[in-house]
Ligand binder design. Structure first.
Ligand SMILES: NC(=O)c1ccc[n+]([C@@H]2O[C@H](COP(=O)([O-])OP(=O)(O)OC[C@H]3O[C@@H](n4cnc5c(N)ncnc54)[C@H](O)[C@@H]3O)[C@@H](O)[C@H]2O)c1
Ligand SMILES: [Fe+2]
Length: 387
């Protein structure tokens, strides 16, 4: 076994209706002047309302920053940091999907009174220094696992994103309240749910930092996600299924935070960057094709995961044949979730595939984790298979 390290968020609370206790959790982490970072869609739905009442009762000042957009731009983060400084906040809550949580992470880092770093100084791995403000994260989507990852993703140009990776971005607490996710539309539930499944699958086959803790988390995550994704998409008000999805996404987040994702994500990012396809859907479009490419190097771990993804199937035969069947069944699952399953259906011209493959080769940080080496020709062949 390779040596390994494992880090995660120290305090995870999973409770239906838990948003009503958010103010108390914030006070426990030492916050008295809180900035709640969220997006306009959430405010329109009033999802943050149960949490707000608690702040009045707890006598804690609250500033609402509700200008986060999907795939947040650097300018949004700078605006939020400026506001946090003006309001002299001493703690930050990220309340929403990956976009709001990622903005909150960077505000906690960059608005700390001792921070001398500008945003341009912290991109990359391990470049953030010093301290951050107390930070609590409350996910309202079940996908990114951002509430337990040391990662924040920022849109820095028309088609480019950059990541900040630092243990400083792990929050003091993550609060999982499945009631917040009851209204997620079916298409978002499906895409973000498949993203979480990909986090677990890629963590389990991660080449360099795969380890026994992330393996256990990935397996547990897949159990929760596979059991519930169909129900969560087709019966959105099923709280039990929503809770399994939220828990599964968090467990998968812990897994991939320590055993990073690979070629599925590397090939998905260019689809998001160039064609603004949502992250989960981009993953779903390439997932079966990357798995087929990987099978020569990952048949055994795929075969280990098959009974977790489809527990009602009797699995027998060689690893190779089980892995092949698993991939076919995953294609069936994607279809049953009513997600588009071909790049051709996404308004992508066939001539665009070479540009996508070029961009994918730029994702070496992820490609090094793939069980099988991926060349430019391989990437192009995978996009063609997905077309
Ligand atoms: N930090 C990480 O580890 C990590 C990992 C993967 C992706 N990301 C980033 O996360 C972002 C994507 O996050 P996301 O997929 O969670 O979506 P999101 O945060 O971008 O939100 C998407 C939309 O869903 C709506 N929404 C959120 N919760 C809702 C609810 N409960 N009911 C109804 N609508 C709701 C929002 O209003 C928004 O319009 C991207 O910027 C991506 O790069 C971060
Ligand atoms: Fe992802």
């Amino acid at each position: 076994m390779n040596g390994f390290g494992f880090t995660t968020c120290p305090n995870i609370v999973c409770e239906r209706g838990g948003a009503r206790e958010l103010a108390g959790l914030c006070r426990e982490t030492g916050m008295r002047r809180v900035m709640l970072v969220t997006d306009p869609g959430i405010v329109r739905l009033g999802l943050h309302k149960p949490a707000l009442a608690g702040f009045e009762a707890a006598d804690t000042a609250l500033t609402l920053f509700d200008r986060v957009e999907a795939d947040p731009a650097e300018s949004t983060i700078l605006a939020a940091v400026k506001r946090a400084r003006e309001e002299n906040v001493d703690g930050v809550v990220g309340f929403g999907g990956g976009s709001s949580m990622d903005v909150a992470k960077l505000v906690a880092l960059l608005a700390h009174p001792d921070t001398k770093q500008a945003i341009g100084d912290v991109y990359g791995v391990g470049n953030a220094k010093g301290r951050r403000l107390p930070l609590v994260l409350v996910p309202t989507t079940a996908g990114t696992g951002s509430e337990v990852t040391p990662i924040a993703i920022v849109t820095t140009g028309e088609t480019t994103k950059m990541g900040v990776v630092s243990p400083l971005l792990l929050p003091d607490a993550a609060l999982l309240d499945a009631e917040l996710t009851l209204g997620l539309p079916p298409a978002v539930t499906a895409a973000t749910g498949v993203d979480a499944m990909v986090h677990a699958i890629e963590a389990y086959t991660s080449r360099i930092r795969k380890n026994p803790i992330s393996d256990g988390l990935a397996r547990e995550a897949l159990g929760h996600l596979s059991r519930s994704i169909h129900t969560a998409v087709h019966e959105g008000d099923n709280l039990e299924a929503r809770e399994h999805m939220l828990l599964g996404a968090m467990l998968a987040g812990q897994a991939f935070a320590n055993a990073p994702v690979a070629a599925v994500h590397a090939l998905a990012y260019p689809l998001g960057g160039q064609f603004h396809i949502p992250h989960g859907l981009s993953n779903s479009l390439v997932l079966p094709h990357v798995m087929r490419f990987n099978i020569s190097h990952a048949a055994a771990p795929y075969a280990e995961l098959a009974p977790l993804v489809f527990p009602d199937t009797h699995w027998s035969g060689s690893d190779q044949s089980i892995a092949n069947d698993l991939i076919d069944r995953i294609e069936g699952l994607i279809e049953s979730l009513e997600l588009p399953d071909r790049l051709e259906r996404m308004d992508i011209a066939p001539e665009a595939l070479t540009g996508l493959a070029e961009d994918a080769m730029g994702q070496q940080r992820l490609l090094v984790n793939n069980p099988r080496e991926v060349s430019y020709d391989d990437a192009l062949a995978i996009y063609r298979a997905a077309y």
